[in-house]
Structure formats: structure tokens, C-alpha cells
Ligand binder design. Sequence first.
Ligand code: ADP
Ligand code: ZN
Ligand code: MG
Length: 479
Amino acid sequence: MREYETVIGLEVHAELKTESKIFCACTTEFGGEPNTHVCPVCLGMPGALPVLNKKVVEYAIKAALALNCEIASICRFDRKNYFYPDLPKAYQISQQDFPIAAGGYLMINTPDGEKKIGINRLHMEEDAGKLVHAGDDIARADYSLVDFNRSTVPLVEIVSEPHLRSPGEARAYLDHLKAILEYTEVSDCKMQEGSLRCDANISVMPKGSKEFGVKTELKNMNSFRALQRALEYEVERQIGLLKEGKEVLHETRTWNEQKGITEVLRSKEEAEGYRFFPDPDLMPLVIDEQWVEAVKTTIPELPADKKERLMKDYDLPEYDAGVITSSKSLAKFYDSCVGLYDDPKEISNWLMGELLRLLNTNNIEIEDSPITAENLVELLKLQDEGVISGSIAKKVFEEMFETGTDPETIVEKKGLKQISDVGELGQIVNGVMEKNPQSVEDYRGGKERALKFLVGQVMKETRGKANPQLVNELFLKKL
Ligand code: ADP
Ligand code: ZN
Ligand code: MG
């Protein structure tokens, strides 16, 4: 038993995928030549005035409703003042005292069952530009360039309550949050492209303590794995300090992926003077009941409901349904397959097994999967019809993944058709029996397992192409 308890709260920033930025008409498209998606507003030119993008408000309401939040009937934008070269106005337009939404929650699965994680607030804000350090490393760069394409791209910030009790729970929360934002189609949620970013607040305290410990804030984790590793490292570091009788300092730390450690970025005490005040260039925003109701009707089936439905409609185990619905694209892929082929569990086995394995090892997103739903289903049919064996199917699948070719072409070209010719198989079976007299004797002497070995030998000789059922039958007859 550990004598310390971990407390975690996450602050997640999601870029909204509106066509234009939050306060100007520039495109939000990712990438592009530096400083080509800009105008006087998002460059922070003196005198340029922001105009709120209605779609941003709609997306924020949509996300907030999906997260069970209350929508404020009136909210406001504030200026968060600080200096940094990627922030041309020297303030970020955000929402401090009156956010658009608050008081929500989402459910996560833990080893001890379902758990409700509170969401303190959701608010809208603008993104900053991006610094490009000469030589890639801020510490050694001679100079840095600024790209303002991302400046004023809309964000929602979603702040959790400190309800998470382990790095695993934090991961589960982020997984579910990402799925909800994807399902509602308000964000792409690509951590690599920075459209989903997560800061983690973490503290430890003696078990049963009524008061939370001093927290640190972790930044710069750019994958789900990095988040979990950074938190795991930080738990150990903080407990180590307490055990030595030292104190945890209230500071912002950055995750160093290469070294696998967190490092001090700045001490909180010296940093937090943002001098928030209401932005005089933007009117308070009034959101009426009708608008909220209208947005409510656009919310599609959410991951938790979809999971329930897959379990009910297709009799899928909870685990399968959870994995498949954890990503909108994977769920979509699954739907396409089930529409074409009537064996939901077989499809889920292939998706969760072979497909996810190959996608992960090759770092490819399901949207870019070289294997289409149609081709996967065609493969399963070839297997059902006995044209190919199960082990060959796996090989064909890998080939499909590498080349994007359809399975029939691959089977044809590589001569992978299953051998179901009794005469041909009989000869091979005879040969194997001759070469393995000991196994034949063993089987006849009652060792049933010897049969498996003999069948295996035939499969080996035919490089997996023999029809295993037929081979089995032939052996039984001859033995
Ligand atoms: P701050 O004043 O530092 O901005 P907030 O109270 O606004 O802190 O909380 C920011 C985030 O930190 C929230 O996600 C919250 O759940 C989390 N948090 C607050 N206190 C703790 C704590 N002692 N340990 C871990 N997380 C915490
Ligand atoms: Zn602009
Ligand atoms: Mg705060």
C-alpha cells in the first residue's frame, strides 16, 4: 500500500475547426507559408478591432453541452496581459470571470468501475502565434522567427476539477474528452499538430489527508503517452521530496521527452500577474435559450451512447465496444464493415488486432488506413469461402496494408489460394507421416497432441496454404 495519494486536474486546449479565426476572417487552415494567414487583427496592429465569429460560439456551446455543462446566459471576454513574442497585442483575449460554460462532467472507466470527473469550466479564447527557433532548440538558438498563422485561431479551454487520482485516470479522461470533441466535430484533436494540448496539474498528499498538497503544472507533453509518463515521473519525484522532508515547490515544469524527466520552467510565484480586465472592444455576449436548444439538436450520438449501442445491437463485449468507439474514425470504419459483412465480433477482432497493430507501428491514423472497409470485408469473405486459410489471411492483410491492393489481386498474384484438393493434400499428408514415424506412433499410442504437430508440418510444407480442416480429416482417416 502506498502512503500517498495523487491528485490531478487537467487543463485542455482544443482548437476549434471553424473555417475562419475567432476575431477575424483569416483562414484557420493548419500549416501554409509562414505569415500568409494573417490580417491587421490577428497581427495585433494598433486600432484593428476584433469581431466575434458566431460559429466559434456555436462550437463552444456544442462541446459544453456534450460535456454536461451549464451554458451561461451572459458571458464576457477579458484581456489576459503578458508579454511574449508570439503574442502581438501583448494580451490574449480569453474569458476569466464569466466563461461561456461551467459545472459539467464526463465519465471514465477505472479498474474500480465508472467514475465521474467534474469539469469546472469551459471557455473560449484565441491562440497565440508560433515561435520557430533557429536550430530548433530554444536554449541554443541565436534567434527565433514568429509565424502568426495560428494567431487568433479559436480555442476552447476545458478545465477539470481535481478529481483524477492517478496518471491512468488522467489518460482515461483525456481519451474520453478527445473522443467527445471528435464526435461533436468541433475539433480535429491532433496532438501532433497542436490542435489538442494538455497541461497537467499534479500534487501528492498523505493518504486520507483533507488538504491537497502543493501542485506543479506540467507542460509540453505532445502525446497521450507523454502525458502519462510525465505524470508518473512527477508522482515519484514529489513523493521522493516529501519522504526526504523537503517541500514541493509551486512551479511550472516542462516534460523533457528525451531524458524522460520533468524540468523547472518557471516558479509560479513570480509569473502569475495577468492583470485581467474586460476587453472593451468586445460586447458582453448574450446567449438565449433558443440558441442553446438549436445547438442541442446538432449533437450526434456520443461515444458512451455508441458504446452501449454496439454492445446491445451486436452483442460486442464491453472491451471491444470501448476500443472501437474511443475514436470516431475507428467507429466509422467499424460501421462501414458491419454494413457489408454480418459478423460483428469477427470484424472487431480484426480491427482491434491486426489493423490497430499495423496502424500503431507505422504511426498512421485510421483515416489514412491503406486498407478500406470494403477490402477488409472482401478478405473475410475469401476466408469464409475457403479460398484462403486463416493464417494466409493475416499475410494477405499485411500485404494489403503495405500496398493498398485488394485481397483478391494479392491472392491471385502470389498464388496463395488454399489447397483443398484431396488428392494433392493426401500426398503431402503421406509424406509427412513417412517423415515423422515417431509422431504417428505417439498418436496411435494415445497422444492426441501428436496430431496437432503433424497438421502443423503440412501447413509448414504448404506455407500455410493447406486447408487445415481437410488436412485434419485426412490424418484422422489415415491414422
Ligand atoms: P490556479 O489558480 O493555479 O490556476 P486552479 O484552481 O485554477 O489553479 O486550477 C487549475 C487546475 O489545477 C484545475 O484543473 C484544477 O483541477 C487543478 N488543481 C487545483 N488544485 C490542485 C491540486 N492541489 N493538485 C492537483 N491539481 C489541482
Ligand atoms: Zn486575421
Ligand atoms: Mg486558474
